[in-house]
Design a protein around this ligand. Structure first.
Ligand code: NAP
Ligand code: ZN
Length: 346
């Protein structure tokens, strides 16, 4: 066992604070990673505050990890000491069922999440990226393109793949009209990725305060959802709407923006059930769907795509001791567009 240092939530109502815990000794198929940067995802906040009702404390959050390999087990072939690597939302999965071959392992019950769950042994609490190092099985470690600014790649490991996967699945590309609801950590990646795939991208934000940024990031259009006219102007417009909002919104109004056969995909996790009227779906043969991160194979594909198109996250780099303040700012939608913790400040 090696001692690790990090920041943890000790219960749902307390700020995160310094915390020391044990990481396993590397096994033959493990990679040891010195964590350099750790992104702050809104899911970290939901879980640190037990907003999903399943939190395990003490909890070291963080599933947008960028670091450098410091050691590898004897059977590791893909990585060597000094490599730039990433770790996302899961660190192991069921390997016995066919889903692994279908690259749908992240939807299977055997998923081992990066934190707020047990490691594959079923008894060691998994702890995440707000820490100095992590030990991860080779098959769950990603390669980060060398030429991208390292600190700004961390958010690709969750925010990036969470938008890339549904954009690909629902065929975003030339001739497709895609709307991104909410231009936060996830949403701003959706704008960049959708634009790079060749789709016509529209941002639907609460106000026009970030319009200039949205257009610079690659959006073709930008509308305020606080303006009722938006829903009239854009009725029946989109092939695909990706919703990153975790608050209650007027779902039926958003479904009205879809074309025939269009799909609204939920990515954000609102607290309450989503009330949808059948007539919001039936007349346009519309669908409502959900999507969660992406497989390891697709995550590597996304990182390579970002390498080719020079896509990274727009970040605010912070010190570890600013994490609680950063949480408050994320909740107020006051972040442009992802906080990343410089782990050298731990
Ligand atoms: P974020 O940075 O806080 O962005 C959310 C955006 O939603 C805000 O920037 C804001 O955009 C909009 N918003 C906030 N409050 C709103 C309200 N009351 N009404 C309407 N819009 C509102 O959060 P994030 O890290 O992108 O995560 C978003 C959600 O996705 C969270 O629930 C998170 O847990 C979830 N998530 C899901 C997955 C998945 O695999 N499905 C993965 C990661 C995260 P504007 O200011 O532009 O309106
Ligand atoms: Zn996340």
């Amino acid at each position: 066992m090696a001692l690790a240092r990090g920041y943890a939530a000790t219960d749902a109502s307390k700020p995160l604070q310094p915390f020391t815990f044990e990481r396993r000794e590397p096994r033959e198929d493990d990679v040891v990673i010195s964590i350099k940067y750790s992104g702050i995802c809104h899911s970290d906040i939901h879980q640190a505050r037990n907003e999903w009702g399943n939190s395990m404390f003490p909890m070291v959050p963080g599933h947008e990890i960028a670091g450098i390999v410091t050691a590898v087990g004897d059977n590791v072939t893909k990585f060597k000491v000094g490599d730039r690597v990433g770790v996302g939302c899961f660190v192991d999965s069921c390997t016995t069922c066919a889903s692994r071959d279908l690259d749908l392992e992240h939807y299977m019950p055997g998923l081992v999440v990066t934190y707020n769950g047990m490691e594959a042994d079923g008894k060691t609490p998994a702890q995440g990226g707000y820490s100095d190092h992590i030990v991860v099985k080779e098959g769950y470690v990603l390669s980060i393109p060398e030429h991208l600014p390292f600190e700004a790649t961390a958010p690709l490991l969750c925010a990036g793949i969470t938008l890339y996967s549904p954009l690909r699945k629902w065929g975003a590309g030339p001739g497709k009209k895609v709307a991104i609801v909410g231009m936060g950590g996830l949403g701003h990646m959706g704008v960049k990725l959708g634009h790079a795939m060749g789709a016509e991208v529209t941002v639907l934000s609460q106000s026009l305060s970030k319009k200039e940024d949205g257009l610079k990031l690659g959006a073709d259009h930008y509308y305020a959802t606080s303006d009722a006219e938006t829903f009239k102007t854009l009725a029946g417009t989109f092939d695909l709407i990706l919703c990153t909002v975790s608050a209650e919104i007027d779902w039926n109004a958003y479904l009205g923006l879809l074309k025939v056969d269009g799909t609204l995909v939920l990515l954000g996790v609102p607290e309450k059930p989503v009330p949808v009227h059948a007539f919001s779906l039936i007349p346009g043969r519309r669908s409502i769907a959900g999507s969660m991160i992406g497989s390891i194979k697709e995550t590597q594909e996304m990182l390579d795509f970002c390498g080719e198109h020079n896509i990274v996250s727009d970040i605010e780099l912070i010190r570890m001791d600013q994490v609680n303040e950063a949480y408050e700012r994320v909740i107020k939608s006051d972040v442009r567009y992802r906080f990343v913790i410089d782990m050298a400040t731990l």
